[in-house]
Structures are given as C-alpha cells and as structure tokens.
Ligand binder design. Structure first.
Ligand SMILES: NC(=O)c1ccc[n+]([C@@H]2O[C@H](COP(=O)([O-])OP(=O)(O)OC[C@H]3O[C@@H](n4cnc5c(N)ncnc54)[C@H](OP(=O)(O)O)[C@@H]3O)[C@@H](O)[C@H]2O)c1
Length: 326
C-alpha cells in the first residue's frame, strides 16, 4: 500500500487507516481482531480509536491485537467523550443484535438513532486529560500513544491555557508523541492557531464544502491531516449514486472512460475512496473496514496511484446531478 510520511513522525503510515468506532459494539471482539490483523498484513498500520468507541470496549480489543506488534503500529486515541451511560445493558443489546445489525443497514441506522447509544461529552480539565490517557494506555497495553486528540471538543476548550499546558506536559513526558484535535472543521481551524501544541488534525472530508483544502493551505505542510466520513457525510454515497442515475449515459461514459466499472454503488464507493485519498494525499484516510469485502476494496484503492481526477469527477457529478434534478 502507498505510504505517507507525516511531518514529525518517525514511522511512515499506510495511506488508509483503520477506524475502530464499531469495534466491540457492532463488531464482535474476535472478528475485529481478525479484521485488523488482515488489514495489518496488507500494510495498514494506523489505528484510530477512542475511549468511547465500541461502547467502551474498542481500546481493550485494539490492545489485544497490538500485543507483540506495538512497535509496528501508529495508534491515535482521544479524550473528551465517554461511552453511553447505560453501558452494561447496551453491550448485551449489541451482542444479541450483532448477527442482524451486521447484515441490515436499516437496523444499524435505527440503533444509532436510539439516544441510549450516544456517547457522552466529558468536561475537559487538566486532571481529566491525565486520567483519561492513563486509562487508555492501560486498556491499549502500551506506554505511549502516537496521537492523543481532543474528541469533538467544545470550541472554547481548544485554546484554553490549562488544556494546552496539560497536553504539552503529556507530550514532554513521552506518553503522547503528537497532540491533535478530532472534531469539526471549525475546531481544526481553531487548532491552527496553536501549531506548537496541535500537530494532527482529524476531520470529516466533505467533498462539497471541502474544508480540508482550506486547512491544508493554511497549514502549509507543517501539520498532519487525518480524514474520515469518506462515504458518509450527509448520505454522500446515496447522493452521488442518484446523481449518476440522473446524469444518464454521459455520466456513466465519463466514469467508464476514467476506468470506473461495476454497479452504481461499487463505482460510487471506489470514486469516493479515490477522491478522499487524492484530497488527503499527504495524510491518512480513515475507513471502517471490518468486512473482508470492504477491506479488500479500500486497500486496493490505496495500492493504486493517487487519482487527483477523482476530485473533479465527484464535483462534476454532483453539480450535473443537481442540475438534472432541477
Ligand atoms: N473524530 C471523529 O469525530 C470521528 C467521527 C467519525 C469517524 N471517525 C473515525 O473514522 C472511522 C471511519 O468512520 P466513518 O464514519 O468514516 O466510516 P466509514 O469508513 O465510511 O464506514 C461506514 C460504513 O461503510 C462500510 N464501508 C467501508 N468501506 C466500504 C466500501 N468500500 N463500500 C461500501 N461500504 C463500505 C463500513 O463497513 P464495515 O466496517 O463493516 O466493513 C461501515 O459500515 C471511525 O471508525 C473512527 O475511527 C472519527
């Protein structure tokens, strides 16, 4: 797989990183460990996790996988969101529903809409940062993380002196190699004002508004970008599939000429992954890829050449589809 050298990182990162949000909730622990091992064998070495992921179990499961391989992995964890409060009940519900939730998209969406499945924001204090990191390190079975990021922070917290100081202290102590902000585009924008502390910015890669482009220009190659929500911002995959249908034969021909083949859903997924890899060519693109089909498809895109033309293809398809719908 293509690898990227992020500024300040000793080890190169695979262009696609493994998103662990569903590890331990939708995805059973043993299946998750198997999927991560297969991805790692194919060149994936960036693993994105958080205390809240997998209803609170993702870090421990990632820790199981990392045993004996820690020095080959780059791990990003976060602070600021806790798993849902009625967690014991939720975990049994996840375990019971797994066979169905894995298979039925509608049921997965319904699960996410239930308030009891939502993570809970934890007010940030210097003490909380230290305690949360210590708990994460214990669960992950490691003495340091490569990135420690504020998870969907309240915007005002990003510039708080006590928070900046606590994060710098953790880095100086060697428990954290890089400090980041994992939130919305505005949070990333605010973090840019503190490049001495925040060197990793994680955000959704929205192909319409393209906040990443503006942030990359402002960062001028000094910061690392980690992007996610490649298929998903506001149902982007469905929108693009509709745009492809609306665009008719000329739209299909343009994609076929560009080498995209298969059914509409596969074509659109390939195109969006290529677009995300091209838009964040110097960074890491996070994907959930627990199913072997998705894993193979996404890794294959990261093994090919970067396709800057995918950025324009997506933009044109959306614009043409919008015009056809009017
Ligand atoms: N910082 C934040 O606030 C934040 C927010 C959201 C996400 N994230 C991180 O980003 C990671 C990815 O999250 P995401 O929301 O962007 O999810 P995603 O990668 O778009 O995955 C969403 C769903 O799409 C499926 N999928 C993956 N590749 C596919 C393909 N080629 N074709 C069709 N379906 C495919 C996945 O299935 P399978 O997994 O079953 O294969 C999953 O069910 C998370 O796990 C998390 O680590 C961070």
């Amino acid at each position: 797989m293509r690898s990227v050298q992020l500024p300040g990182f000793a080890m190169a990162a695979g262009a696609i990183g493994f998103g662990c949000a569903s590890l331990g909730s939708r995805v059973a622990p043993a299946d998750g460990v198997r999927a991560m091992a297969e991805a790692h064998a194919a060149g994936v070495n960036w693993f994105d996790v958080a205390p809240a992921y997998g209803a609170g179990d993702a870090e421990s499961i990632l820790g199981t996988f990392a045993r004996g391989r820690r020095d080959q992995l780059l791990i990003c964890t976060k602070v600021g969101l806790a798993p849902p409060q009625r967690n014991a009940l939720l975990k049994s519900a996840y375990a019971a529903a797994r066979p169905l939730v894995g298979a039925l998209k509608g049921l997965r969406k319904a699960f996410r809409r239930i308030p009891a499945t939502r993570n809970v924001a934890v007010p940030l204090t210097p003490a909380l940062l230290v305690e949360s990191l210590e708990r994460s390190l214990r669960r992950l079975g490691t003495d340091h993380v490569d990135v420690f990021a504020l998870h969907k922070p309240v915007h005002a917290d990003i510039a708080r002196d006590d928070i900046l100081q606590a994060l710098s202290d953790l880095r100086r102590a060697g428990k954290v190699r890089h400090v980041g902000v994992a939130g919305d585009a505005h949070a990333a924008q605010l973090a840019l004002a503190h490049p001495d502390v925040y060197t990793v910015l994680q955000l959704a890669d929205d192909p319409v508004d393209q906040p990443l482009r503006r942030l990359q220009a402002a960062a001028a190659g000094r910061l690392s970008f980690i992007t996610h929500s490649v298929l998903g911002v506001d149902g982007m995959r469905e929108r693009l599939t509709q745009a492809l249908h609306a665009g008719g034969a000329p739209a299909v021909r343009r994609l076929t000429d560009a080498g995209y083949a298969g059914n509409a859903e596969q074509t659109v997924s390939q195109l969006l992954v290529d677009r995300a890899l091209a838009a964040n060519a110097g960074g890491v693109v996070l994907m959930s890829m627990f199913s072997s089909k998705h894993r193979a498809a996404n890794i294959a895109r990261a093994e090919g050449k970067v396709r800057p033309d995918a950025i324009e293809l997506v933009a044109d398809l959306l614009a043409d589809g919008g015009r056809a719908a009017r």
